[in-house]
Design a protein around this ligand. Structure first.
Ligand SMILES: NC(=O)c1ccc[n+]([C@@H]2O[C@H](COP(=O)([O-])OP(=O)(O)OC[C@H]3O[C@@H](n4cnc5c(N)ncnc54)[C@H](O)[C@@H]3O)[C@@H](O)[C@H]2O)c1
Ligand SMILES: [Zn+2]
Ligand SMILES: [Zn+2]
Length: 391
């Protein structure tokens, strides 16, 4: 079959690889009908996430048709149409039973590696580093879904792929980031990043009743999308150091009640002192995360506010103003998304017409165009906000 394979920094290739097979009785094989490139894939593409191996099949946002099921899988049958959450969950461990799906205790095959890095292992993820199990992903014609009797979400035929595809990742991610903000009707929510995740954070915060959302980015077409969703916008280009001051002015001197970092490890910053430290550290191989936005969000948030961090970080972050977080009494919430906590509810909202998640899609192409589109998406060329590939 054809699949998009990682071969190193900036090197994704569409290659012929062996077809997946049923390996465990609860598995299923899915014929992928649509898959997407996620901002998290860019961290792999840019070499920010360790423990990738040459030839790994990428992709964790995908859906399709069940073509084979293992003997013990009682949930799926051949012909079912499913969206597959990016988190692999056993459904039985203490964390799965609590609904903490992204930290399933059983599905990470590289238990020791993850324990060394994070203290405890986190769930296996599709197409995402051997630190999270080294499972092949869904930017491919077919994919093996382990524990396929737990996470896959059956979707009705009346909805198009484009309407439901993002239920596997970015829609619940934006939603969880907003839920984590415990939004109240008087809230002003600041969202850094108007990429696909940031846009779903904005939409979700408004759906959950926030009074106002202020969105920050520097890419004009992304800011325009944020505005179309109902956010006030700030273009940070050339004025990155003034963002907390601007937010203070826009909130009557109080600061945003809730702050969402929808940027993560590769935040752009050039002029500020902390950005120079991050650059020097990267040059000396002392770390790669650039947490400029996280630092800014902590400083900008009003006392007793909430900082919600869907943005992905990889390692050990430096110069985080924890004194500000502690003394202001901030609540900080983060995590890989517990997709199955929200997917059924969000599917219902799509069916009811409360939201059509396909609004973010700007590029549609065959799988073979994937390597070029990784670059287009990363470099934000050609107005690219979200890529959907058709294997
Ligand atoms: N928690 C999860 O489960 C989960 C799931 C999906 C994605 N993510 C993460 O969410 C983040 C965003 O994903 P995406 O698909 O939207 O990616 P993206 O790369 O398309 O978007 C990031 C956006 O941040 C903007 N940005 C960069 N520096 C900024 C700054 N200093 N201030 C404001 N904006 C800035 C960029 O211009 C870009 O528009 C990534 O870190 C991704 O890994 C997390
Ligand atoms: Zn993702
Ligand atoms: Zn589990």
């Amino acid at each position: 079959m054809k699949a998009l394979c990682w071969h190193g920094k900036g090197d994704v290739r569409c290659e012929e690889v062996p077809d997946p097979r049923i390996e465990q009785p609860r598995d299923a094989i899915i014929k992928v009908t649509s898959c997407a490139i996620c901002g998290s894939d860019l961290h792999l593409y840019d070499g920010y996430i360790p423990f990738m191996e040459s030839g790994d099949v990428l992709g964790h946002e995908f859906m399709g048709e069940v073509v084979e099921v293992g003997s013990e899988n009682k949930k799926l049958k051949v012909g079912d149409r499913v969206v597959v959450p990016f988190t692999i969950c056993c459904g039985e461990c203490v964390q799965c039973r609590r609904g903490n799906w992204s930290v399933c205790e059983k599905t990470n095959r590289n238990y020791d590696m993850a324990t060394k890095m994070f203290g405890y292992p986190t769930a296996g993820l599709f197409g995402y580093s051997h630190l999270t199990g080294g499972y092949w992903g869904g930017q491919a014609e077919y994919v093996r879904v382990p524990y396929a009797d737990v996470a896959p979400v059956k979707v009705p035929n009346g909805l198009t792929d484009e309407q439901v595809l993002f239920l596997g990742d970015i829609f619940p991610t934006g939603w969880m980031a907003a839920v984590n903000c415990e939004i109240e009707p008087t809230d002003i929510v600041a969202v850094w990043g108007c990429g696909p995740v940031g846009l779903f954070c904005i939409k979700s915060a408004l759906m959950l009743g926030a009074q106002r959302v202020i969105a920050i980015d520097r890419v004009p077409e992304r800011l325009a999308m944020a505005q179309a969703l109902g956010a006030d916008i700030i273009n940070f280009d050339g004025i990155e150091e003034t963002i907390p001051e601007q937010l203070k002015d826009m909130t009557g001197g109080h600061g945003p009640d809730k702050c969402i970092d929808a940027v993560g490890a590769e935040s752009h910053a050039t002029a500020s002192f902390d950005a120079m430290i991050d650059k020097a550290k990267a040059a000396m191989m002392l770390g790669t995360d650039r947490p400029h936005v996280l630092r800014t969000a902590i400083m900008a948030c009003r006392p007793a506010g909430i900082v919600s961090v869907p943005g992905v970080y990889g390692g050990f972050l430096d110069k985080i103003p924890f004194g500000a977080a502690m003394n202001k009494g901030l609540t900080i919430r983060t995590g890989q998304t517990h997709v199955n906590r929200y997917a059924e509810d969000l599917l219902k909202r799509i069916e009811e017409g409360q939201i059509d998640p396909s609004f973010v899609i700007t590029h549609r192409a065959p799988l073979e165009d994937g390597p070029a589109l990784y670059k287009t998406f990363r470099d934000k060329e050609d107005g690219c906000v979200k890529v959907v590939l058709k294997p």
